[in-house]
Design a protein around this ligand. Structure first.
Ligand code: B12
Ligand code: SF4
Length: 582
């Protein structure tokens, strides 16, 4: 096989009261597109989701996977920082088993930390920074021929003991995005199991699917790919305007056509999902609504029965709300993001700005028109004082009592690599707990961390992370029906029940035939003994990387790494260029 992709979820997570579960179950939307691009250009490829593999086989047997497929390159997506530890562990195992196979990483987090990763982890050979359709084809061609990597756009690699970062000169254009399929699930091994058990945010491998459905009451959902780039600049986001410029060199939006998106929706339904989310809304309001209304017509024309969750980044008009009600299947809803009840906090964090009054007018319209709304809040934002937190809790209570169709969901904000908050913490009066890849690797290696409650930074004159977590438990937890001190009490009780094993026992009695992984069994088997090349065991850093304080080594970007002298050969990325090149 030419390129084998492995999607590695974050395996060990604890979210009281639930205990052991896997997270990051959706691969990046672009991964199916990458595989399709390789296939359209005559390369053999496949995606294996290691969560699905573990559920199907009871274990992840990398040795068998690699010997059966014998790939030239294994590509691991490292899009979300949550994957930092598990992806590196899989990369190490691949190199132990088959040092001859090239290990390639890509995605947002791999891009932000490309240099550090290549300096610190010998098990990683390449990182493609940013978008990757043409670069991955070029990389494969070079890997199988003269190995002249300086002409592969966006590629980061080691050469002569240093890390080279080729310029990020490849960016997909609209023609490229419209010509690829992002929903051909036949490229994903065992896709029916993915649809059934991984098309949601969490999976508990030690419980049967039937029991999990009882707990989560989930539908089988999938995000449809609409386009790339973002014109907004929410300061906590690692995918806003500036992040896209720094991370992917993307200064503009590239959107897919209505027809291409409608075809994806048809695929999503055909492959067995019953719910789709559109979590991307970067156009100005009028243009966005034109796009959606044309898409809704297609949904009606094609007789699709998928329910929709449409995340709007601006307040929708009455016409749009009515169109959701009249053209989309039952169960569809709109989601909006308010973050904080404080307009001051929202403004200071560069968040979408609409007044509370206009939000309430919009919620009233949805109530009148009979359309459900999911309203997102985030706590732990820079400049959010204890009073702001209390006010947000009060405001939520008021919204709940006034609007019957609105559901509220609150998250603790978390530091994201590549965000403005991450890159300029001083401007936000914040002190970061993690900023290097080694920090993320270490943090995510600790299974008891509850990342849902942990922002990863301290703020001046604002509640401490522990206080934010406590406020979340007592005032904002979406699972608890009660508020105040009773909420954590109930949670502790549930946690005890979970740990007593009663739920697992009941599950085994009710579903004796279902496959599940026994409690406490690690997702990845221990490393095989006797590797042929030395693989660092942990975050082994370059000697110059030790922190001046000596308190834990920290990576520092080195200015000394020589850059390629020649400009890159790949400058543009239309579909025709691609066809001519291969
Ligand atoms: C739409 C979206 C979603 C959708 C769809 C996600 C998906 N499956 O891709 C949903 C709603 C499901 C979602 C969920 C989450 N998201 Co989100 N999401 C976005 C959003 C708005 C756009 C995504 C996007 O356009 N990606 C950009 C394109 C470039 O990526 P792509 O096409 O998928 O992949 C290309 C490259 O990344 C690369 N690549 C990807 N994989 C690989 C692998 C290899 C081997 C190679 C070579 C290349 C490569 O090549 C691809 C093709 O060119 C971004 C913000 C933004 N505006 O970008 C946040 C963003 C990506 N999400 C983010 C987060 C944190 C999350 C959640 C963890 C939130 C949470 N706590 O639950 C979850 C994760 C859920 C999961 N994986 O199971 C962060 C990631 C930050 C980080 N560096 O870790 C972002 C940046 C927003 C933020 N808050 O900072 N998200
Ligand atoms: S959070 Fe803000 S900056 Fe990030 S993708 Fe959404 S709109 Fe863009």
């Amino acid at each position: 096989m030419d390129v084998l992709f492995l999607h590695v979820p974050k395996f060990n997570n604890h979210y009281k009261p639930i205990g052991e579960y896997s997270f990051i179950l959706f691969p990046p939307m672009g991964l199916l597109g990458l595989a399709d691009c390789l296939r359209q250009n005559g390369r053999s490829t496949e995606i294996i989701h290691l969560g699905v593999e573990r559920q199907k086989q009871g274990e992840i047997d990398l040795e068998r996977i690699l010997s059966e497929r014998n790939p030239d390159i294994v590509g691991l997506d490292l899009h979300w920082h949550f994957q930092a530890y598990d992806v590196i562990e899989v990369a190490k195992r691949i190199k132990r088993i088959r040092p001859d196979i090239a290990v390639l990483l890509g995605g947002f987090t791999a891009t932000v930390f490309a240099e550090e990763i290549l300096k610190s982890y010998e098990c990683v050979d390449f990182v493609i920074r940013g978008e990757s359709e043409v670069p991955i084809l070029d990389l494969h061609r070079q890997y199988c021929s003269e190995r002249a990597y300086d002409c592969v756009a966006n590629l980061a690699y080691r050469s002569g003991g240093t890390v080279r970062l080729n310029p990020i000169s490849y960016l997909a254009d609209e023609r490229m995005l419209n010509s690829l399929s992002f929903t051909d699930f036949t490229l994903l091994k065992d896709y029916p199991l993915f649809v059934e058990s991984f098309s949601r945010y969490m999976n508990i491998p030690s419980l049967s699917e039937a029991m999990q459905r009882r707990i989560f009451r989930n539908r089988k959902g999938y995000p449809v790919f609409l386009g790339r780039g973002c014109p907004h600049a929410c300061d906590y986001c690692g995918g806003g305007r500036e992040s896209h410029i720094h991370i992917n060199s993307r200064t503009r939006l590239s959107l897919r056509s209505v027809e291409a998106v409608a075809a994806s929706l048809e695929d999503i339904q055909r492959f067995g999902f019953d719910f789709v989310f559109l979590s991307y809304d970067p156009l100005p309001c009028t243009r966005a609504e034109q796009f959606y209304l044309a898409l809704f017509e297609q949904v009606k024309k094609r007789g699709l029965s998928l329910a929709f969750e449409i995340e709007r980044w601006q307040l929708p008009t009455r016409k749009f709300i009515q169109a959701v009600r009249d053209t989309l299947p039952k169960g569809s809803m709109i989601s909006l993001t308010l973050n904080s009840s404080s307009e001051r906090v929202r403004k200071k964090n560069g968040l979408f700005f609409f007044s509370n009054q206009s939000v309430e007018e919009c919620l009233a319209m949805m109530d009148e028109e009979g359309v459900d709304c999911l309203l997102f809040f985030a706590i732990g934002l820079p400049f959010e004082t204890a009073e702001d937190l209390e006010e947000t809790a009060r405001y939520q209570k008021y919204l709940r009592s006034r609007f019957k169709r609105v559901k509220l969901m609150t998250f603790v904000i978390e530091i994201e690599p590549g965000s403005r908050l991450n890159d300029h913490p001083d401007s936000f009066e914040a002190k970061l707990h993690r900023s290097t890849f080694a920090d993320y690797y270490h943090y995510h290696s600790l299974p008891s961390q509850n990342h849902f409650l942990e922002s990863g930074y301290d703020r001046k004159d604002c509640p401490k992370p522990g206080e934010v977590a406590e406020a979340f438990c007592t005032q904002f937890c979406p699972r608890a029906k009660v508020r105040g001190v009773l909420a954590p009490l109930m949670c502790n009780m549930m946690s005890l029940i979970w740990r007593s094993g009663i739920i697992h026992l009941a599950d085994r009695i009710l579903q004796p035939q279902s496959s599940r992984t026994p409690h406490g069994v690690p997702a990845l088997a221990p490393l095989p003994r006797g590797s042929r090349i030395p693989i660092p065991d942990g975050d082994v850093l370059a000697p110059e990387a030790a922190s001046p304080s000596g308190a834990g080594a920290r990576f520092r970007h080195s200015d000394s790494a020589p850059q390629p002298v020649e400009p890159p050969l790949v400058k543009i990325s239309t579909k025709e260029d691609l066809m001519n090149r291969t």
